[in-house]
Design a protein around this ligand. Structure first.
Ligand SMILES: [Cu+2]
Length: 199
């Protein structure tokens, strides 16, 4: 009766183990084309552009168009909390957009790194923006470590933050990129991401 035992094992034990490991049933496959929107603002509450996030087969494509920056490089990340209110930095000092928390790090690496060259890093790490002489910046890139479907790696309800200075892609916790100058919360758009069942 080995076969029957095996079938029982496969039918009962394997799904239970999967649930225990993931804390939930395995995530539904990501729906290609699901989108999320972000309206970014300055610390004074002025509108400063937007981003559109789209589910793609290898992650989430982020297309960002922002303004009101100083010319040059600016660190840009996904932060853990969906709030752009003032709040404490790691030292406890209240800063603009501090309530957004640190960089989104669902794998708990506690390591800031290069968005392309480091495997062990915050999922929210991203390439620098380059603002032109008018302070406008655009970026299109795909983050392969995040999703738009409910689950540990989902960025729905997180925040996008642009910093005052360039990200050096190595210094913890935020690449030495200075003050937070733009922020916006990632909100589902269209019929994107509600519910965990792919239809
Ligand atoms: Cu940041």
């Amino acid at each position: 009766m080995r076969n029957l035992e095996f079938m029982l094992f496969a039918a009962v034990v394997v799904p239970l183990v999967a649930i225990a490991q993931g804390g939930a049933a395995p995530a539904a496959p990501q729906r290609a084309g699901a989108t999320a929107m972000v309206k970014l603002q300055t610390a004074k509450g002025e509108p400063a552009g937007q981003a559109v996030l789209t589910a793609v087969p290898d992650g989430v494509e982020i297309v960002l168009n922002v303004e009101k920056l100083t010319p040059g490089l600016h660190g840009f990340h996904i932060h853990t909390n969906g709030s752009c209110a003032p709040g404490p930095d790691p030292s406890g000092k209240t800063i603009d957009f501090g309530a957004a928390g640190g960089h989104f790090d669902p794998a708990a690496t506690a390591r800031h790194g290069h968005p392309e060259h480091d495997a062990q890093r915050h999922a929210g790490d991203a390439p620098n923006l380059t603002a032109d002489a008018q302070g406008k910046a655009t970026l299109r890139y795909t983050n392969t470590m995040v999703t738009l479907v409910p689950g540990k790696t989902s960025v729905i309800g997180k925040a996008l933050v642009v910093h005052a200075d360039a990200d050096d892609y190595k210094t913890n916790p935020a690449g030495n990129s200075g003050a937070r100058v733009l922020c916006g919360v990632i909100e589902p758009a269209r019929d994107a991401v509600v519910g965990s069942v792919a239809r």
